[in-house]
Design a protein around this ligand. Structure first.
Ligand code: AHN
Ligand code: ZN
Length: 335
């Protein structure tokens, strides 16, 4: 290689490195251009909030309980009410400790005949353990999951309502995955170390291996997980970056244009074992995780994560709106 070539490559590299740094700085500090005109219909955060409240009113939604069945039925009826074609995928999956979980993925389809599709997903089950509660006596208690289990579904139900009001160009599939949050409890981690990552996300893993439509494909996917608390911060999560960098760019750009850069931070975050991992690795739909990640906290998540306090008092309509508007904008711009 000639010296000139090396210089050219070095310059190109420096240019890329510098422009990346500059872009991320701008995205965090520049307010949305005043001239930006939203293309999507309005997202009602009051409605999204009400759908979360309703889920929480059933109590914890742990597989193999009556509350779980009742809430699942409610989600099916809501998707139908909003005009989706609904598929229920019932399955039995084995938890880390051998418990057989009666689980159900709930799928709502819009524009079934359209080839270009986007997949939106969230988990709807709640954790049987409050294993990060400050009080040890609560470790074996199930939690309400307003944020963890309720919020992503609440936002997507409101997205469903909007989809019915005006069809976007592309087809949309909304999947509520079950049995995401039955992973090895923190207090038993010693016993089960090794493949503990595979004990989470059982519903999405099942669907990725057995999609409701043979060989199901979508252009891209967006997972919403813990999207409801005040002061939520969404970083560019590691697996999302690895498998679906352009989707991160698309979503973070829409958020910036809408003035939501306070929530959508244009910086890399850590990796989270979540439902987008099997969807990326098994189903091969390039998917990102919009997940509230807190830098500098002990476990990386919001203060009530996996505690008895994950209740409605944490849910902020402003945060729901930022997420819902951003997702809708991406959907209505897609061809
Ligand atoms: C783990 O803690 C391994 N994954 C986080 C995924 C999760 C749990 N999302 C909600 N609850
Ligand atoms: Zn959880």
């Amino acid at each position: 290689m000639t010296a000139k070539n090396i210089t050219a490559i070095t310059c190109a590299f420096l240019f890329i490195a510098c422009s990346c740094g500059k872009t991320s700085q701008n995205n965090n500090t520049t307010p949305a251009a005043v001239s930006y005109e939203k293309v999507a219909p309005n997202f009602s955060s009051d409605s999204a909030y009400a759908y979360i409240d309703k889920q929480v009113s059933f109590g914890p939604r742990v597989p193999n309980t009556a509350q779980h069945v009742a809430c699942g039925d409610y989600l099916v009826s809501e998707l139908k009410r909003f005009g989706a074609e609904v598929t229920e995928q019932k399955m039995v999956v084995a938890a880390y400790d051998g418990t057989k979980l009666n689980a159900r993925n709930i799928i709502g389809t819009y524009g079934a005949d359209k080839k270009n599709r986007v997949l939106l997903f969230a988990h709807w089950d709640t954790r049987p353990y409050s294993d990060h509660d400050p009080d040890k006596a609560n470790y074996n208690k199930p939690l309400l999951g307003a944020n963890d289990g309720g919020s992503g579904v609440g936002v997507l139900l409101e997205v469903a309502r909007v989809l019915q009001s005006r069809s976007p160009e592309i087809g949309v599939d909304i999947i509520f995955f079950d049995a995401e949050d039955y992973g090895v409890p923190y207090f038993a981690a010693q016993q089960y170390k090794g493949d503990s990552g595979k004990t989470w996300c059982l519903g999405s893993r099942y669907w990725s291996e057995n999609p409701h439509i043979p060989n199901y494909k979508a252009k891209f996917g967006i997972l919403l997980d813990m999207v409801g608390t005040e002061g939520a911060t969404f970083y560019r999560e590691y697996y999302s970056h690895r498998y679906a960098r352009n989707v991160l760019d698309k979503v973070w750009t829409a958020a910036r244009q809408l003035g939501h850069s306070k929530y959508f931070i244009n910086k890399e975050g850590g990796g989270v074992t979540d439902d987008h991992v099997p969807v990326n690795e098994i189903r091969r739909v390039p998917s990102i995780d919009i997940i509230d990640y807190r830098l500098g906290t002990e476990n990386g998540f919001f203060h009530s994560w996996h505690t008895q306090k994950d209740d409605m008092s944490n849910i902020s309509k402003e945060t729901l709106k930022a997420v819902g508007e951003t997702v809708l904008e991406v959907i209505y711009k897609e061809m």
